[in-house]
Design a protein around this ligand. Structure first.
Ligand code: OGA
Ligand code: MN
Length: 243
C-alpha cells in the first residue's frame, strides 16, 4: 500500500543535490513577503513572453514589485563563449545524470567553478552580475554554479534552500532558450488569502540574465524547461549566518 503524502511532495521534492532543497523557514519567508507587498494584483496566470527589453515592458512594474528582473543580451557572445569554454573541461568528464523521474532536476550535470580562476571575459561577466545584486544581499559566493541541462533535462518547481544561499539568486542562460515558470508557494498564497497559486511563465533567451530576490525568491517556486541543451551560470549570495 502506498503511504499518503502531502499533495505538493512530488513537485517540491528535496533532491540529493543540496542546492535544490526546499526552503524551510516560514518565518523568514513571511518576513520577506511582509516587507515587499505587491503594489498591483497579479492575474491568476500571467504568461510573459519576451520580445524586447522587459525592464521597459508591460509587465516590468509587476516583476519589479516581486523582486524579479530579466535582462536581455546581458552577456556578449564573447563572454558567453568564455563561460561555456571555462565549464567545458569539468562538465565533459561527467555523465548526464538521469535521476528518478520525479526528482527536482533530471538530465543534467553540474560543476562549481571558483570565480577567481575564470578567464578574463567570463570573470568580467560574473562581476557585472554581482554588481546587480541588491544592496540588501550578503556578499556574493565566489563559487560559480554551472548547470548543464540536456535536451531532455528539466528542473521541477522548487525554492532554493536557505541553508546554501541568501536572498538573491541570479542565473545566466546560455546556448539554448528555456521557459522559466514562477509558481506561488502555498504559504505565500495563504498569506494573501488566495485560493489559487499565481504563476508567471517567461521565455529566457540565450545570453539573458534573470535575478530573483524577495518574493520571487522566497514566495514562488521556480522551474526550468529548456528547448535544447542549455547551460546556466547561477550566482548566489552567502546564506545568512546561523545565530
Ligand atoms: C538552481 C536553479 C535555475 C537555472 O540551480 O537551483 O533553479 O536557471 N537553476 O538554471
Ligand atoms: Mn533553484
Amino acid at each position: 500500500m502506498l503511504l499518503s503524502l502531502p499533495p505538493t511532495t512530488s513537485a517540491l521534492r528535496v533532491s540529493r543535490c543540496f542546492r535544490f532543497c526546499v526552503a524551510s523557514a516560514p518565518h523568514l519567508r513571511a518576513a520577506s513577503l511582509a516587507a515587499a507587498p505587491p503594489a498591483a494584483p497579479l492575474p491568476a496566470h500571467l504568461v510573459v513572453s519576451v520580445s524586447g527589453d522587459e525592464s521597459d515592458g508591460p509587465h516590468s512594474a509587476w516583476l519589479r514589485d516581486f523582486g524579479f528582473s530579466l535582462h536581455l543580451d546581458f552577456v556578449s557572445a564573447a563572454e558567453a563563449s568564455s563561460l561555456i569554454a571555462a565549464a567545458a573541461p569539468v562538465l565533459s568528464r561527467l555523465p548526464y545524470s538521469s535521476d528518478h523521474f520525479d526528482a527536482v532536476i533530471r538530465g543534467y550535470r553540474e560543476a562549481q567553478l571558483p570565480a577567481e580562476r575564470l578567464p578574463p571575459a567570463a570573470a568580467a561577466a560574473v562581476r557585472r552580475v554581482w554588481a546587480l545584486f541588491p544592496a540588501a544581499a550578503s556578499s556574493p559566493q565566489s563559487l560559480v554554479h554551472v548547470i548543464d541541462l540536456s535536451t531532455a533535462g528539466a528542473i521541477s518547481p522548487h525554492v532554493d534552500s536557505i541553508k546554501f544561499g541568501g536572498g538573491c539568486v541570479a542565473a545566466l542562460s546560455l546556448i539554448s532558450p528555456a521557459r522559466l515558470s514562477l509558481i506561488e508557494e502555498p504559504a505565500a498564497m495563504a498569506a494573501r488569502g488566495g485560493a489559487e497559486p499565481r504563476r508567471v511563465d517567461l521565455e529566457l533567451p540565450p545570453r539573458s540574465l534573470y535575478i530573483m530576490t524577495r518574493e520571487s525568491r522566497y514566495g514562488f517556486a521556480h522551474a526550468i524547461v529548456p528547448s535544447g541543451r542549455r547551460l546556466s551560470v547561477v550566482l548566489r549570495d552567502e546564506p545568512p549566518a546561523l545565530a
